[in-house]
Design a protein around this ligand. Structure first.
Ligand code: FEO
Ligand code: CA
Ligand code: CA
Ligand code: CA
Length: 638
């Protein structure tokens, strides 16, 4: 039952059939519609068959006025479940053509597409996403990350007979997609093919290095003696968008791609780099990813990368002034005098939260007028004090002990070794900072997804900001800077502590007003005062492959004013939900389903790819972008 698809765009919310009825109808409806592979997938809410249309929900469901939908119960179906009155359409799956004119290879369901074809198709493992309007709310560009690959699913035979061709395909399935999309008269969205904007950025795309580390000796390699031009981006997780219309993609766990020496040096060790530590095995056929052969290559990763989605010929730029980290999230706001402030988290246990304040004000004139704006400014790291206040500690050479005598020869070394600089100044070690977003009142929210090592063994113990030992379920913290976004101090509190009672290994109890959730990750505050929370309770926390007995990851909406939280969407088995943005009118929402079918073990079994999930095609699972709309055409969430 769980592998059925539903097509309900014509359904009458006041007369929802039961789930059983839908299941038996759906396949027939789908085929009859002849809509092919890009068809809407819509799943009725389970157990909500008696609930009427959404328009009546706000006043009768007992919650804040901003949340007007019926909560979707937890489930473990291999399906996307959204509330009654909504539909979810699959728009852009791994392997779908990006839309380059004359170069639109079809997806091959047996994973036999070549690397060259993959370079023209959606990558794997969709993550951060943003909508850039071309024609308001009806036509625009989506820029999105492809965080990593499951090489068990990516290739015929998975990682058996590992080869240069498989490495090339894995590299081509990483990076970023830029696609053009448009809404048709019937309300459905489609990828516009061909499009002059269509573009894939991969782990081999040339990109500039700019800012204080560009040209530094630690950034030079035998293939780039300038230290100013890198190849590619990896592990792109979360994102940001600038006031001048560019997309920021964040290089997260880049260290996992590099093979290290037998005896790592201190810098390598701070990244956990070691011999045999490169699980993707690219180094076996591409020496760039072997530190014993190209020792500086890894310094060229771990950056926030700026991309101009409107100019397909533009080279992405790695902005080193923002510091090097396992970057996740780059939330950009502006001070009253129009300087850009970027809040960033580093998703690793006991790592840090940063902010960068630009030296110069944002100029009118878009990307071209602001092409150097993120190269000059001041980087800070957060210290959360126990009294609900905090401070931003400046990471500038010569200040706060960041001197040559203490191992930082110049400012470039501070931005290359940002972790060590933060260690040195005594910043607060956080429970894996993931996404960051801002509300209209100046509060900045950050998901602290979990940290099962907190207070365990020799690891740091609890503190006021990270108050739970063995924090398997995570929490959301928020702060507001004094005065303006460039303030050097802030106030902070916990927005919510997450927890799901009775879930395996979920010792932490939450305090959500409303629906339970665990391991918050994706986060977006919309303009209405609703905080969209996406979860990634990973298989490493759950620790088992028994997907029939554990709830799937979900997306919830929180009313920031009342704190009420309602579950809005439940994903298919083995996925996480990550990446959320809407059209400016809030009538179409884009949500990414990442790694459906992911196993507790590292990769899928290539001989049994549908063991856990066959979403969305009833075949090999594929990460995909959903579009969610209200059947009555209304505003999402109301
Ligand atoms: Fe890629 Fe921290 O999630
Ligand atoms: Ca994440
Ligand atoms: Ca994840
Ligand atoms: Ca995560």
């Amino acid at each position: 039952m769980a592998k059925d698809f539903e097509l309900m765009e014509n359904s009458n919310p006041s007369a929802n059939p039961t789930f059983h009825e839908i299941s038996s109808l759906s396949r027939r409806t789908l085929l009859k519609g002849g809509l092919g592979a890009t068809v809407t997938s819509f799943f009725a809410p389970i157990g909500l068959s008696a609930i009427g249309g959404c328009a009546s929900m706000g006043g009768t469901s007992g919650g804040g006025a901003k949340l007007g939908f019926a909560s979707v119960p937890m489930n473990n179906l291999d399906a996307v479940t959204v509330p009654s009155g909504y539909r979810a359409q699959v728009l852009y799956r791994w392997g779908d053509a990006v839309g380059v004119a004359g170069k639109m290879p079809s997806y091959k369901p047996d994973a036999s597409n070549t690397a060259a074809e993959q370079e023209l198709q959606a990558g794997m493992h969709h993550d951060g996403i943003h909508y850039f309007p071309l024609d308001g709310d009806r036509r625009g560009l989506l820029a999105m990350n492809h965080e990593y690959t499951d090489d068990g699913l990516l290739h015929v035979g998975g990682m058996q007979n590992w080869s240069a061709a498989k490495v090339a395909k894995s590299q081509a399935a990483h990076g970023v997609s830029i696609i053009e999309i448009a809404q048709k008269g019937d309300g459905q969205w489609e990828v516009v093919r061909p499009s002059q904007y269509a573009r894939r950025i991969t782990s081999n795309t040339p990109m500039f290095l700019s800012g204080p580390a560009a040209g530094h000796s630690m950034m030079k390699t035998k293939d780039d003696m300038t230290g100013r031009i890198a190849l590619g981006t990896v592990n792109n997780c979360a994102h940001g968008v600038t006031p001048w219309g560019t997309y920021l993609t964040c290089e997260e766990n880049f260290n996992g791609y590099f093979n290290g020496p037998e005896t790592p040096d201190l810098r390598q060790a701070r990244w956990g780099i070691r011999k045999g530590g490169a699980g993707y095995r690219w180094h076996e056929f591409d020496e760039r990813f072997d530190l014993t052969k190209v020792p500086n290559e890894y310094n060229r990763f771990g950056w926030v990368v700026e991309i101009d989605p409107m100019d397909p010929d533009s080279m992405p730029v790695k902005r080193t002034a923002l510091g090097r980290a396992a970057h996740e999230g780059a939330c950009v706001v502006q001070t009253k005098d129009k300087r850009a402030v970027v809040y960033m988290g580093e998703d690793a246990r006991f790592e840090y939260i940063y902010k960068f304040v630009s030296r110069d004000a944002v100029k009118p004139g878009g990307a071209k007028a602001n092409k150097d704006l993120l190269d000059h400014g001041t980087l800070y790291v957060a210290k959360f004090n126990a009294d609900g206040k905090g401070e931003w500690i400046e990471l500038t050479h010569g200040k706060n002990g960041l001197t040559a005598a203490n191992g930082f020869a110049d400012h470039a070394e501070i931005v290359i070794s940002t972790r060590q600089a933060s260690d040195r100044v005594g910043a607060t070690k956080m429970d894996r900072p993931e996404w960051i977003t801002n509300d209209k009142d100046g509060w900045i929210y950050c998901t602290l997804t979990n940290n099962s090592n907190r207070g365990v063994g020799n690891n740091p113990g609890v503190d006021a900001a990270n108050p739970r030992a063995n924090n398997t379920m995570g929490h959301i913290i928020r702060w507001r800077d004094s005065g303006d976004f460039d303030g050097r101090t802030f106030e902070w509190n916990h927005f919510v502590m997450a927890g799901i009672p009775n879930l395996a290994r979920a010792e932490a109890k939450g305090n959500a007003k409303g629906d339970d959730f665990g391991s918050p990750d994706g986060l977006w505050a919309d303009g209405r005062g609703v905080l969209w929370i996406q979860t990634d309770i990973s298989t490493s926390v759950l620790g088992k492959d028994d997907y029939a007995s554990i709830p799937n990851n979900a997306m919830l909406a929180a009313d920031i004013t009342t704190g009420e939280i309602r579950r809005f969407l439940v994903g298919p088995r083995g996925c996480e939900i990550t990446g959320c943005i809407a059209t400016p009118d809030m009538k179409s929402m884009f949500v990414n389903i990442q790694h459906p079918g992911e196993t507790a073990s590292e990769r899928n079994d290539p001989n049994n790819p549908t063991a856990i999930s066959s979403w969305p095609d009833n075949a090999r699972p594929r990460s995909a972008t959903l579009v969610i709309t209200k059947i009555d055409g209304g505003i999402i969430g109301t």
